[in-house]
Design a binder for this molecule. Structure first.
Ligand code: AMP
Length: 429
């Protein structure tokens, strides 16, 4: 198809201070969120006759770092195929050859109902809490199986549907781990940042477990567990609550960090019963036998300063608070094969990155000619707890995750301004 003809298939509209240029099949665009990479809109796809999410990457080619990040996200999203990982439907609604390639900046995805920031405000029952955690762990395990350590898990990077299904978003900071090697300290958003990262110790896969622990704690407490103002304050918040770590741990620090840590006031910390008293939890579940004591036990195993003593993802999946959902097909899904083994080492000029991305997009278009959206919601029945499922009890109860979508839906249905929507969507850390 010639370029002029293709261009006629598009229209532009302003969303906040950004302009979306998309195929005419996508109508009714409304802003639903924004992140480090750009703005996300919901839209109705007339071809597929359903709502989708369209993410516009903001200036993906402004420099080599952005271009590399866009390329990495693209490659990882194409390879990862797990129901708890975010899956793209279309990489770009329109692909034009370079130099018009800057058009290749839209990702069309399955539309979810809300991000986890909104869920955190809700009083969830044990089934929902444990099922959401189970799915996070499944998604993380799947990434780890390909050597990808996320390192940036946070509530705004996790989206859910009213049927309680969950997906992890944003592979931008994911980094393919060299086998057996510890990674250099980098990234992980402040509040969810693991001690080994704060202290520059290098990290391994269970760095992501710390983040899950922080997220779980926030879901229970309805406020951020370690709200550090900066790097140093973050560490203070950790030790004030969990206590100054043992000498054995301190010996693992490099000399200058150890000196700093040793010179901090010493804290005894609090027991997990004090940090997370029964009153914070929902009533114990008669139905599933899930209890506050189990939830607290899991928290106490995830929020361990010394990574060598922290629970692993596999162990967390076997924990009694989680394993009620265990489905080998979900937990032991075959690892994704990362098509570009040199993903992390690659260094290119912006123009070269454009070419690489363009090739990936063409490859994707070739593979998805059938127009099928991968990653469609799997019926919750796949994860059955003693013959029932989290949302089965009542669709109108305060505990129903479907009620959490209300705010998001209202925000996008009634108010088209990005600011208002972003506000209604809550925190976007
Ligand atoms: P991101 O740029 O991927 O970090 O996304 C920013 C925000 O947009 C998220 O925190 C979500 O609130 C929202 N969002 C992103 N993707 C989707 C999606 N597929 N469905 C619903 N909301 C989304």
């Amino acid at each position: 198809m010639n370029r002029n003809k293709r261009e006629k298939e598009f229209y532009s509209l302003d969303v906040g201070d950004s302009t979306f240029t998309v195929l005419k099949r996508y109508q009714n665009l409304r802003p639903i969120g924004s992140g480090a990479q750009g703005i996300v809109c919901s839209a109705y796809d007339h071809n597929l006759e359903r709502n989708v999410a369209i993410k516009k990457l903001s200036r993906p080619f402004q420099n080599q770092t952005h271009a590399k990040r866009a390329y990495r996200e693209l490659v990882l999203m194409k390879c990862v195929n797990h129901k708890n990982e975010h899956v793209i439907a279309t990489i770009s609604p329109h692909t034009l050859p370079p130099p018009t390639l800057c058009a290749t900046r839209y990702l069309v995805m399955e539309l979810m109902d809300a991000n986890l920031c909104q869920v955190i405000q809700m009083e969830l029952d044990h089934e929902r809490l444990s099922y959401l955690l189970y799915q996070m762990l499944c998604g993380i395990k799947h990434l780890h199986s390909a050597g990808i350590i996320h390192r940036d898990l946070k509530p705004s990077n996790i989206v859910v549907k009213s049927d309680c299904t969950l997906k992890i978003l944003d592979f931008g900071l994911a980094r393919t781990a060299a086998t057996g090697l510890l990674m250099t300290p980098y990234v992980v958003t402040r509040y969810y940042r693991a001690p080994e990262v704060i202290l520059g110790m290098g990290y391994q896969a269970n760095v992501d477990i710390w983040s899950v622990g922080c997220i779980m704690a926030e879901m229970v407490r309805h406020k951020i567990l370690f709200p550090g103002r900066d790097y140093i304050d973050q560490w203070n918040k950790v030790i004030e609550q969990l206590g100054t770590p043992s000498q054995e741990f301190l010996m693992k620090l490099n000399q200058s960090v150890r000196t700093y840590v040793e010179n901090r006031p010493r804290y005894a910390g609090y027991s997990f019963e004090k940090l997370f008293p029964d009153v914070l939890f929902p009533p114990d579940s008669e139905h599933s036998k899930l209890k506050a004591s189990q939830a607290r036990d899991l928290l106490s195993k995830m929020l361990v300063i010394d990574a060598s003593k922290r629970i692993s993802v596999e162990e967390a999946l076997q924990h009694p608070y989680i394993n009620v959902w265990y489905d080998p097909a979900e937990v032991e899904a075959p690892p994704p094969l990362i098509s570009d083994q040199k993903l992390e080492e690659r260094e290119h000029t912006v123009e070269e990155w454009k070419e690489l991305i363009y090739k990936e997009v063409l490859d994707w278009e070739e593979r998805t000619k059938s127009n099928v959206i991968r990653g469609q919601p799997t019926p919750l029945g796949a994860a059955v707890i003693n013959g029932s499922q989290p949302s089965s009890s009542s669709s109108s109860s305060a505990n129903d995750v479907s009620s959490m979508s209300t705010d998001a839906t209202l925000a996008s249905d009634t108010d088209n301004s990005l600011e208002a929507s972003a506000g209604a969507l809550g925190c976007c850390r």
